[in-house]
Ligand binder design. Structure first.
Ligand code: GRF
Length: 219
């Protein structure tokens, strides 16, 4: 099914770009119909304009409560008849005003393997902790911070000479692959939420499951 996507951004918008590209190539049937940023002047807005997608600023600083800000977001999403809301580098905590308007119709991407490292600066946290793997997660949004049911995760190794920048870049390149895939599964109506678990129907074939070790297991 082709859905009308509304993408919420706060920054560079490289995930937005991967979704626009996936749509233009036909990997996903859905179309980005509006991009809303809570921060004026960010590059994500330019990316939208280059593809003739309406690019709108709703500055959270113009609102006295989170709920009032979310109400303005909901009004704009409704104006564009949005079916599915995509948070792509959207650095705001959302309230029930938005969640209730789009129940289980809001996706978020997070640059860590949840439930490890919710919140901010998580690539650095994974590096400082000494993790051998890091990664990213697409999940349904709920009222917590990075807590909703998980749709898909991508894993990358942490290398000995990594910095926060190199690790973030490696994770971001996987984000660009898993977000379009999650949207594809959603638009094909293949996601069934059972409690915290998101089941994919029909199931993926066994060869689509992988396991990784870092360092390599030699046996
Ligand atoms: C991504 O790592 C995303 O997961 C995080 O912020 C970054 C935004 O990147 N929440 P972009 O704006 O999509 O380039």
């Amino acid at each position: 099914m082709s859905l009308r996507l509304g993408v919420l951004v706060s920054g560079s918008g490289s995930n937005l770009q991967s979704i626009i590209d996936s749509s233009e190539k036909g990997f996903i049937k859905s179309k980005v119909c509006v991009v809303i940023s809570n921060v004026p002047g960010v590059y994500a807005l330019e990316r939208a304009k280059k593809h003739n997608i309406p690019a709108i600023v709703i500055n959270h600083k113009d609102f006295s409560t989170r709920e009032d800000f979310d109400k303005a977001i909901v009004n704009k999403l409704k104006e564009f008849n949005i079916d599915l809301v995509i948070m792509a580098g959207f650095l705001r905590i959302i309230t029930n005003v938005l969640l209730d308007a789009y129940p289980m119709k809001i996706l978020n991407i997070h640059p860590a393997l949840l439930p490890s490292f919710p919140g901010l600066h998580v690539q650095k946290k994974a590096l400082d902790y000494g993790c051998k793997f890091a990664g990213c997660t697409v999940h349904f949004a709920d009222s917590g911070v990075d807590t909703g049911p998980i749709i898909i995760q991508g894993i990358v190794p942490v290398l000995d000479n990594d910095t926060e920048e190199t690790l973030s870049k490696r994770i971001l390149s996987v984000e660009h692959k898993i977000y379009p895939q999650a949207i594809k599964l959603y638009e094909e109506n293949r996601l069934k939420i059972i409690g915290r678990r998101v089941i994919i129907e029909p199931p993926l074939s066994p060869e689509e499951s992988v396991f990784l070790t870092n360092p390599l297991v030699e046996v």
